[in-house]
Design a binder for this molecule. Sequence first.
Ligand code: BES
Ligand code: MN
Ligand code: MN
Length: 456
Amino acid sequence: MPLQNYLEQNKERFLNELLELLRIPSISADTKYSADVNRAAEFVKQQLLNAGVDKAEICPTKGYPVVYAEKIIDATLPTVLVYGHYDVQPADPLELWNSPPFEPVVKDGNIYARGACDDKGQMYMHVKAFEMLVKNNVLPCNVKFMIEGEEEIGSVNLEPFAVANKEKIKADVILISDTSMIANDVPSITTGLRGLTYLEVEVTGPNRDLHSGVYGGAVANPINILCDMISSLHDKDRRVNIPGFYDGVEEVSKQERDMMASAPFSLEEYKAHLDINEVLGEKNYSTLERVSIRPTLDVNGIWGGYIGQGAKTVLPSKAFAKISMRLVPNQSSEKIMKLFEEHFNKIAPAYVKVKVMPHHGGEAAVTPTDSIAYKAASKAMEKTFGKTPIPLRTGGSIPIVTMFERVLGIKSVLFGFGLDSDAIHSPNEKYGLFNYYKGIETLPYFYQYFAEMSEK
Ligand code: BES
Ligand code: MN
Ligand code: MN
């Protein structure tokens, strides 16, 4: 295929362009970086134009803009809508990085930088795969791009954008590379994502910080109480102890569970990789099941009292925690928020006051494996990896997948090329050169097969 030659000849440029994008600290969560987030949008728009789209535009929203671009070759042909995000997570804790997060380095076959995998590297594969198809005159269908800048902060302005631009972004399928595969020699395609409910709690005891000797033992310490309350949120089988939490949760079929059990996965390697002696999770479920088909509750952060240098004897007035719950199909993020709020207020003892403050959320998603688009993706991976990819649900969340289905009636294919070990959201995030180039090589086949199969 001439595309293979084109890829070989342009490898270095493809990499350098990505490195340039990675140098822009487009952290959506921190307003200090707002100029950089906008600069990343401009960069993506310009690269799409260079790659050969008919038009590209920066579409303003109430938050960061959506970069929209399209190449329509024939209105009667199918249309693929590529979704990705140009924003990244904050890079802290900075001291744990081996090289600065926004000064990408290529080392031992990996690109190290914040956003290398999530999602700049994966999103940019699409820009380059598209370029290859256009410059070689083999683009077989219409392509639209919708690259947003608020994924890492909950995509709150994307639904209004989708509603207002239904006609413009109309497509037959949404193609997203923002997930991972099992291993470089074990390709897989994500068929399900978890939903999310994220909130913050505040527990107040006495009206001011107290001397822990003078008052300790007689007045409830809100940090102690918060810890009691949090530990009561799991039972002895590590099930979430909130009434109604599991209502409607589907029991995944034996067939799907058997398939998960047969997926290549080594618990020993998993533990070694994380440097833990044992795993912990809901009774009667395997590790792979616990992180994909089962809902969970986790404390993401907890603070209060004195955390400065040395010791200060204090009985604090307040304690705080950030808590998230990962959800599965048939759980509603809004309903779970209500259940949590009710329960947390109910278990609060008389000697403290509690407040629950909701953050963002999103619904779980399941994507079909019998669609033309899934089959095209599977066949494309088979072609370039030499193996049929395994369909597998995963534990992360991309709330817009369900939103697109609800608002636009379009299903997605989660065609990710990352690895769980890419350390997304963590220090030393990376993306393999193998994965970057393999993605660029594989995506054109998706278009080819999708267009061919759509004809029939
Ligand atoms: N790309 C991730 C989601 C992901 C990662 C899915 C790995 C599957 C495997 C996405 O950018 C992300 O981080 N999502 C957030 C949710 C969002 C509402 C902030 C998440 O899952 O925590
Ligand atoms: Mn992402
Ligand atoms: Mn992310």
